[in-house]
Design a protein around this ligand. Sequence first.
Ligand code: FO1
Length: 332
Amino acid sequence: MTSGSIRDEEQAELLLLSGGGGGARLAAGLHVATAGERFSVVTNTGDDFEHFGLAICPDTDSVLYALSQQIDPVRGWGREAESWGVFAELSKLGGPDWFQLGDKDLALHLIRAALLADGLGLCEVTAVLARRLGVTSAASIMPATEDRVRTRVITSEGEMAFQEYFVKHRCEPHLIAVRYEGIEAAKPALPLVSLLENAVGRGVDVVLGPSNPFLSLAPILDVPGMPNLLKERARRVIAVSPIVEGQALKGPAAKIMSELGLSVSAAGWMQWMSDRYPGLIDVWVWDERDHELADTMRVTHPNIVVTDTVMSDPERARQFAERILRVSRDGD
Ligand code: FO1
């Protein structure tokens, strides 16, 4: 146990489901708060795609970089103190240059490509990359599935691949629907199944990070068998609202909710999650700025915890992670 940590033998194993962005920030906070012990992260693979023949896994990499304390804090993706020599040359040579890969990030992608070419699976590759990046604790980072799942967005400008929508079109087209190509045939990754099935002691508590429900959590939770696996094996499932005072702190979650005709609030998010994954979530964590709405909603959902969820720097991320550990230990 680290000093200052509330972690002890009474604590369940913690499993965070994460996209990039807020999920990766919470991953970094929980990594510190748990000292990486009995803590794992499951990453969204719907954002993955192939670029220059390389497997790009943005959410997995955001978590790898966050846990190894090498993520760029301003962009929230890629490596800090990055150089852009290859990218600049690539632009000069006529691109494609809509998706920026820094030199250090590119090196990671070359190693991933080599490991995949050697026949390693995505989970094994991720474990090797974690070690080589210096994620020193026992914390594991695992893609939700090793099967190919690709998020595709149906918009006012037609259907497009996720990164095209997100990066090339800066989420500007009006979103009509989202689909997760390949998900029907996908299975939860084996290390995830084994972690959930073999948990000892207090079992596993699952945390759904403050990640985009449509673009980051659904491509994990819609993998066939995933909700039941979590419901059956997790002691409790805790979901963190990505919506604070009717806005997403970063990213298009609020814009998408509005385009889908949902109420853009923590209540609207809770309603969507409850409808889509009935009976999955045991505790809802809202930001304290929404405490009045939370008081109203407690009539039907007594299990809403209100706290400061805004992780504007690593220390605040650690403090929020400590609060999540208390929710995990005490249920509120
Ligand atoms: N996001 C951008 O907005 N522009 C980029 O050029 C870009 C490049 C990039 C390269 C590697 C990587 O791991 C992530 C990258 N991202 C970029 C972020 C990524 O598109 C999204 O943040 C996630 O997919 C959403 O969680």
